[in-house]
Design a protein around this ligand. Sequence first.
Ligand code: IMP
Ligand code: MG
Length: 176
Amino acid sequence: MASHEVVGKILLTQEQIWQRAKEMGEEISGDFAGEEVVLIGTLKGAVMFMADIMKNISLDTQIDFISASSYGSGTVSSGNVKIKKDIELDIAGKNVIIIEDIIDTGNTLKYLKDYFLSKGPKAVKICTLLDKPSRRTAQVAADYIGFTVEDLFVIGYGLDFDQKYRNLPYISYLEG
Ligand code: IMP
Ligand code: MG
């Protein structure tokens, strides 16, 4: 099948993302000094960023993944979040840090934060590579933000359009 999307310019290089992940990892390590953390990556978009963040956290760290979806194959959030794959670790009493690719409307993270809070953790924080605040409708804010982006449909570094482009080692966007 032919592809009709046009990929735009590079917005963020892998070097820029790595440098920012270093700063964010150091900040998290300072905020939770002497404690343990559980990083929960949201599949599939957060995998590349999760790898960068976890290498920069100097604490006792466990990792897990969750897969939640509010999107079909298009670019518009349905606001209807479903958990497709749950975490395996017991997070009661733990410091949970959700690792996310992007906060758009905020529906997914609002749902996930409330879901994790219902399991009796010590804390739930949100760490996101990208934030698109112009599109926010849900009441949720990230504690650690890599970069703020304009209202573009961004792709690469884990982020997809129709399951494509996740492997690009940089952040770009679809022209439209
Ligand atoms: P939200 O629930 O509207 O905040 O959307 C969250 C999820 O939608 C993100 O974790 C992404 O997987 C996806 N998403 C939102 N905006 C974009 C984008 O610009 N590019 C690719 N995926 C996006
Ligand atoms: Mg996501």
